[in-house]
Structures are given as structure tokens and as C-alpha cells.
Design a protein around this ligand. Structure first.
Ligand SMILES: C[S@@+](CC[C@H](N)C(=O)[O-])C[C@H]1O[C@@H](n2cnc3c(N)ncnc32)[C@H](O)[C@@H]1O
Length: 272
């Protein structure tokens, strides 16, 4: 594991107990434990019917979305590199009585770590920005899919990741692409849920991947695009001026220049 990934692992390990405590209700852990489906309005609709499918959730974090997919009838496996996240996901599975397998490891090693092949591979909201390269990501997804199986992706739009806010104005502040060797380095004192507890490991590295790199990686891995969509909302507050809607999603403030904030796609492994 290289130094960037090691720093990111420490960062995620420091977030898990704060997310589990969920003091501000960002994850609605209490609602999840009470039986709620925690998929958001975009991915919850676009993933379609998963009942009876073998489904792999990549970067599953502490398993709330994975277990929500189990509630929809999928046979689910979650994969994440954070031991604390995987331990908490197993605890949530036990607490809710939902059947699920959770594996610890890198997305790139999904084929050797998970009991595939799968009908669906699912990954959402906070995914490829943590990965230095997309070719091994796409190859891992193609390797674990059954012929005819589908990959669903939904995340912040690469254009959103370029934005910053200065003196109340939204400006371009971040690169549109990084090489694997030159990620963005940042130290956010707290996590994105709004909990004020300082992170014990705030250092993180991230990579910007433009739409062309995402599509090229999937195409070169042999997947065929089923749909690609852009959305004007995301489930977290990317910048202070964003406004929360009744659906729980955050949008640009009134009067701001409209632009896509989220990107989703479905891609299929050819049947033959
Ligand atoms: C923002 S969270 C994804 C949350 C997810 N949408 C959910 O709530 O179910 C990002 C996750 O990626 C994981 N992660 C980051 N880099 C990874 C890697 N190289 N391999 C596997 N997991 C990774 C982190 O541990 C974290 O749980």
C-alpha cells in the first residue's frame, strides 16, 4: 500500500466512529436501524429492481446502503478497505438480522476478495475520488460481473469537484485531472457529516477523474453504456452556499449559474 492510500485509510478509520455515532443525523443511523431504506432519491430509483440479484457494493463504508439493498431483496456483499467500517457493517447486519457478507480490502482486489460473479455492482457518493487510477477499477468491476450483469455508478460530478467558495462566491479552485502520483492533498479538520469532533487523522489525498477517463476505463474493460445522466443535486453540502431541498439533497443557491452536480451511469458486461 503506498503512502497516499495509507493516509487515506487512517483518515477513514478516524471517521467511522463519528459516522456511527451520527450525532447530527447525517446518515440517519437510527432510522436505518428502525427499518428504513437509506438509498437516496437518485440511486434509489436508478438502480432498479435488485430482488434476487447477487450484488456487490464497492466502497460500502459502514454498510447502511449495502443493507438497504438487502432490504430490497438483493443478496449483498460489501467491500471496503477500512477495518472499522467493515466491523461496523457486520454489527449493523447482526443488529438488523439482514443477511450480508462484508469483506475488507482494496477495490482493485475485488475479484480475489469477493464471492462473485455478481448480477449488479453498485458504488455511490464518494468513490473514485479516493482511487489513484481508473483502469484497474474498471477491470475489477468487469471481472466480478456475470455476463449480462450491470454496473451502477453515481457520484459528485467531476465539474463539482473543481469548485471552491471564496468570500461567498463560487469559484474554480481545484484541478480537473490529477496523475496518480500527484493527488490533491488536503487536511479537513472535521468530517462531512457536520459533527464538530476533530478528526484524529485529517490528512487525505484525492484524485480528480474527468468524465472521459471514467467512460474510457469502463469501455476498455469491455463494458457497454446503458445510460449516463447528470443531476443538479448531491446528498452532502459541497460548499457553504449550497441549499438543502425537501428531498434531502443539496443544490446551488438561487441565482447561481446552473451546472451538473452529480453524474450517474449504468454499464453492462456483454452477455456473450
Ligand atoms: C464516502 S464513503 C462511501 C460511502 C457510501 N456511499 C455509503 O455511504 O455507503 C467512501 C468509502 O471508500 C472507502 N475507500 C476509500 N478508498 C478505498 C480503496 N482504495 N479501496 C476500498 N475502499 C476505499 C472508505 O473507507 C469509505 O468507506
Amino acid at each position: 500500500m503506498d503512502a497516499f492510500i495509507e493516509a487515506n485509510l487512517r483518515n477513514w478509520e478516524s471517521r467511522v466512529p463519528i459516522h456511527t455515532r451520527d450525532s447530527g443525523g447525517f446518515y440517519d443511523v437510527a432510522g436505518f436501524l428502525a427499518g428504513a431504506d437509506k438509498l437516496g432519491p437518485i440511486e434509489g430509483e436508478e438502480i432498479g429492481d435488485v430482488a434476487g440479484f447477487d450484488l456487490l457494493h464497492l466502497q460500502c463504508h459502514f454498510g447502511i446502503d449495502t443493507l438497504s439493498l438487502a432490504r430490497r431483496g438483493a443478496r449483498v456483499t460489501g467491500l471496503d478497505f477500512s477495518p472499522s467500517a467493515i466491523a461496523q457493517a457486520r454489527t449493523f447486519a447482526a443488529q438488523t438480522g439482514l443477511a450480508a457478507s462484508f469483506m475488507e480490502g482494496s477495490v482493485y482486489d475485488a475479484a480475489s476478495l469477493t464471492p462473485g460473479p455478481f448480477d449488479r455492482v453498485f458504488t455511490t457518493w464518494g468513490t473514485i475520488g479516493w482511487l489513484p487510477e481508473l483502469k484497474p477499477w474498471a477491470l475489477a468491476i468487469a471481472a466480478v460481473l456475470k455476463p449480462g450483469g450491470r454496473f451502477y455508478f453515481c457520484d459528485g460530478h467531476p465539474q463539482l469537484d473543481m469548485l471552491d467558495e471564496k468570500d461567498g462566491k463560487i469559484v474554480l479552485g481545484y484541478p480537473w485531472r490529477n496523475t496518480a502520483a500527484e493527488p490533491c492533498r488536503s487536511e479537513w479538520p472535521v468530517t462531512y457529516t457536520g459533527d464538530p469532533e476533530p478528526l484524529s487523522a485529517p490528512l487525505q489525498y484525492s484524485w480528480a477523474h474527468p468524465v472521459s477517463d471514467i467512460l474510457t476505463a469502463l469501455m476498455e474493460a469491455g463494458l457497454r453504456l446503458v445510460f449516463i445522466r447528470e443531476h443538479e443535486a448531491v446528498p452532502w453540502r459541497p460548499l457553504p452556499s449550497f441549499v438543502k431541498g425537501e428531498d434531502g439533497l443539496w443544490r446551488l443557491p438561487a441565482g447561481a449559474h446552473a451546472m451538473p452536480l452529480a453524474l450517474s451511469l449504468m454499464a453492462e458486461k456483454p452477455a456473450a
